[in-house]
Design a protein around this ligand. Structure first.
Ligand SMILES: *Cc1c(COP(=O)(O)O)cnc(C)c1O
Length: 486
């Protein structure tokens, strides 16, 4: 791989050159391979951002791509395997998928049999869609069963199934949901408005148990509970192990389904138990094995190229009912222990997404992943400590009742949410930081006010490599000096 780029964003000149160079019409006679290679390398690629290549791109939660994953991903492209039907005598692809998903479960401390419905998706949004689709199937049949009838969405459709189950409404009860959850609710026919925030007023990432219970008791209403397993703005976790146990009891009582959106939170499960620095984080991922379904991203903290997400569910029967590709005998799989991907996920034909994950797990091992995550957390915490000590910046969310610095840092995972104390600067903060082109942060809102966030998710990130640059940019922004564009 080429050396890490010094700038995380392309210059305006490179962007405008690339834009001017783009073909807008299909040429009658093609320009040929060599010419298009030159065009892509010399005109187009210089105008890409270095979001994945640089350890100093802290926008969104972007992740990166390790050398092993890049190697494997290029191999995926070269061999162009279509992973839809399990055909073990014709290609090893589905067995690699199964092996990699077994290893993922093992890495995360899940029992191998906990989540028999497991598959790769395009990302956590798709995994959330699968989670809600399976949850919808489950809660409607549970409601029907209570009335002594049978109803399912997969055959009857949502409207008929709800009528038979005597349901007026399905609600998605959550706290601080990721925006993709509302999108998933729309796609699955539940609607944006079905997503209801039952977080506490004081600490919105935590469930308000009274409000949750009251919502679950709503007559003629079925519920899917969604746990935000690390909120995208703050990196805070919605539950502890006790909370998960309580949710499971409630779900049993009210026939609800528990889905966990653990897009980037899930990897916290690999942190060592014997290090008290991680106690708060570990508590946020305890008990996830009790969930009905879990969404995660591999293209974030697992550092494989886009597009790769993971879905784990404990109900293979429901997954198969919802995603069965029916009535196509030519797509029949060999009998065996590996379900055909096309019958348990959204796509029929799809990319061999497992190989980069497989390569990463084998190349770096458990220790490699722990090391990577510990470096990311250490960098996030040194930035957060700087915010706590600073006269110019403050760490968000503000904690009422005066937490100690140590307690505040304990809560920091790979995200640092902050703002400038000076209101005028705060409005311009993201723009000024990103104008350096040396680091990149995302803007967001917190408590209705503009705020700024670092999301550290690249495999290369470390204090040694990145902190001095981060500090230089943060200092120069408050000193209002222009950061040199060396
Ligand atoms: C990123 C993210 C998603 C959406 O994931 P995509 O991979 O972009 O589809 C969902 N939930 C959370 C918490 C996320 O951070």
């Amino acid at each position: 791989m080429s050396a890490m780029p010094s700038h995380v964003l392309p210059s305006a000149a490179k962007l405008s050159h690339a834009l001017g160079s783009l073909h807008r019409q299909v040429p009658l006679t093609g320009t040929g391979l060599e010419s298009v290679q030159r065009h892509l390398s010399e005109d187009v690629a210089p105008a890409f951002n270095a979001g994945s290549q640089s350890s100093r791109y802290y926008g969104f939660v972007t992740g990166g791509a390790t050398p092993a994953a890049v190697f494997a991903d290029n191999m995926v492209t070269e061999y162009d395997q279509n992973v839809q039907v399990h055909l073990p005598n014709e290609t090893i692809a589905t067995d690699v998928e199964a092996a990699s998903l077994d290893m993922i479960c093992d890495l995360l401390g899940f029992w191998n049999k906990d989540f028999p419905h497991r598959t790769y998706t395009t990302g956590a949004t798709a995994s959330n869609i699968i989670g809600l689709a399976c949850g919808r199937e489950y809660v409607i049949s549970a409601a029907a069963a209570r009335n002594g009838t049978i109803a399912n969405v997969s055959s009857m459709g949502l409207i008929a199934a709800m009528r038979v189950a005597e349901l007026d409404d399905i609600q998605v009860l959550t706290s601080v949901p990721h925006s993709s959850l509302r999108k998933a609710a729309s796609i699955t026919g539940l609607g944006h408005d079905s997503v209801r925030d039952v977080g506490r007023a004081s600490e919105p990432h935590l469930f308000d148990s009274a409000a949750l219970k009251k919502a679950l008791e709503t007559p003629r209403t079925a519920s899917i509970i969604v746990v935000s397993c690390s909120e995208v703005n703050s990196g805070l976790f919605a539950t502890s192990e006790d909370d998960m146990t309580n949710l499971v009891d409630l779900a049993k009582k009210y026939g609800a389904w528990i889905h966990v959106d653990a897009a980037f939170g899930l990897l916290a499960r690999i942190l060592p138990d014997d290090n008290s620095d991680y106690k708060t984080l570990k508590s946020g991922v305890k008990g996830l094995e009790y969930a009905d379904s879990i969404a995660a991203d591999a293209h974030k903290l697992f550092n494989v190229p886009y597009d790769c997400g993971i879905l784990l569910s404990r109900h293979l029967d429901i997954g198969t009912a919802v995603f069965q590709n029916p009535g196509a005998p030519y797509l029949n799989a060999a009998a065996g222990s590996v379900p055909s991907p096309l019958n348990i996920g959204i796509e029929n034909s799809r990319r061999f997404r497992a190989l980069p994950v497989y390569a990463n797990l084998v190349a770096y091992g458990r220790e490699g992943f722990v090391d990577m995550l510990e470096r990311q957390i250490a960098l996030a915490r040194i930035i957060a400590a700087h915010m706590i000590d600073s006269d110019d910046y403050e760490l968000l969310p503000l904690v009422s009742g005066g937490a100690t610095k140590e307690e505040l840092l304990q809560r920091v995972y790979i995200i640092v949410l902050f703002r400038a104390k000076q209101e005028a600067l705060n409005i311009e903060l993201v723009k000024k930081i990103n104008a350096s082109r040396k680091i990149y942060v995302s803007g967001t809102k917190w408590g209705g006010q503009p705020a700024c966030r670092f999301a550290i998710s690249n495999w290369q990130a470390s204090i040694d490599k990145d902190w001095s640059t981060v500090k230089e940019v943060l200092d120069s922004v408050v000193n209002d000096a222009t950061v040199s564009e060396a």
